[in-house]
Design a protein. Sequence first.
Length: 264
Amino acid sequence: MSYNVRGIGGASKVTTLRRIIELKKPKIIAIQEAMTDGERAKEIMGAILKDWRMETIDAEGHSRGLLIAWSPEITFYAKSDYKDALGTELEDPKTGIRFFFLNVYGPFYDRRIYWESLANERALDQENLILVGDLNLTLSTTEVWGQNARSDALANFFISLFEQKKLISLQLICLEHTWKNNRTGDQEISKRMDRFLISKEICQDHLVLKTAMETWGLSDHRPITLSVTIPEEKSPTPFKFNLVWRENEDYREMVKRNWKPLEV
């Protein structure tokens, strides 16, 4: 689960966050804009998530701040820090996949410089990458709503970058906005700014991946979730034959004619 909470410290936000976690039961949680130092964020989340491990990046003044938390059943290997991005190398024993989970809070200004810097640090080249967060970008006009809303001027740059890094943006089960500006009338604008980007390696690993958004609660963003399941193996299809065919005089010749080896 990923959520830009716009500040994690308020009692009402903690209560709402606790309810969301109890309902969705995520194994991994990514928080953006905790707006507090890492130790305080761990203290608050630790009261909700007993025995979970966490990694954080401190806020800068009254903005930013990242946290990744994972349940005891998830195996932790390493942590990597970037500018406004936090990475952890994890493994889910249920799927057997070892992956790099990158929590990103994308900037509003100098976005191209930021993403090029992240790429130059090879953060986007990690094997089995799951990139998630409030990326502060949209990829098409279908991800922007509002009378005065405009398409993202850097959409082509982001599409090209993600294609180059072999990252796939999973489609929401129901395409709606994950952020809104809380205005009304012709000033209302909403966008899909939060998303999961998954490396092709994971997408091609015969897993069922589904991403969805949840209801509003803590901030002007909605939480988004990713479910990963292993499809059940189907039993062999039984061979069925109607014995009535044997009563047909042309049956044997028809079988020989249609089942003979193909001549090229």
